[in-house]
Design a protein around this ligand. Structure first.
Ligand code: ZN
Length: 150
């Protein structure tokens, strides 16, 4: 996994955002989740890998958990394609795109956490967060959508 600094913003391709929205809709009312992929050395999210929310039933409407073995396999696969996992995404079905206490307590320092809210509309529906080191609080990272690069 690739460490990231919070000073500058992050870009997500329109395709990756569309994939995330589709998956959030498909998983509803459960939270969707997965990993964010970027080309080596880039701060642009160029793709997603949807991973199953291991939590089932009503709890899945407020929490998500990724199987570590599936995460490991996703990383192996990303590396084969010259890509890196730079963070995670998940959806909030009833809440704003703000980190919950649980979200923040499970954050891995240096990894980007993207939240897509199905409750909100407009630019506020997608927010990104980063924790630089274990002792520091999470900070919001500006995120913008980029047109596709051909
Ligand atoms: Zn959350």
């Amino acid at each position: 996994m690739r460490q990231m600094k919070a000073e500058t913003g992050i870009t997500i391709t329109a395709e990756a955002l569309r994939d995330m929205e589709e998956e959030a809709g498909r998983a509803f009312p459960a939270e969707a989740c997965g990993v964010l992929l970027a080309e080596a050395g880039e701060r642009r999210i160029c793709g997603l890998r949807v991973l199953e929310n291991r939590i089932k039933g009503e709890e899945a409407e407020r929490f998500f958990e990724i199987d570590p073995l599936k995460l490991y396999r996703a990383e192996q696969e990303a590396e084969k394609g010259q890509r890196k996992i730079i963070g995670f995404f998940h959806s909030h079905t009833e809440a704003e795109a703000v980190l919950s206490e649980t979200d923040e307590s499970y954050m891995i320092p240096g990894m980007l956490y993207l939240i897509l809210s199905l409750k909100e509309r407009g630019s506020g529906r997608l927010r990104a967060y980063l924790k630089s080191d274990p002792g520091s609080p999470a900070r919001e990272v500006p995120v913008e959508t980029a047109a596709a690069q051909i």
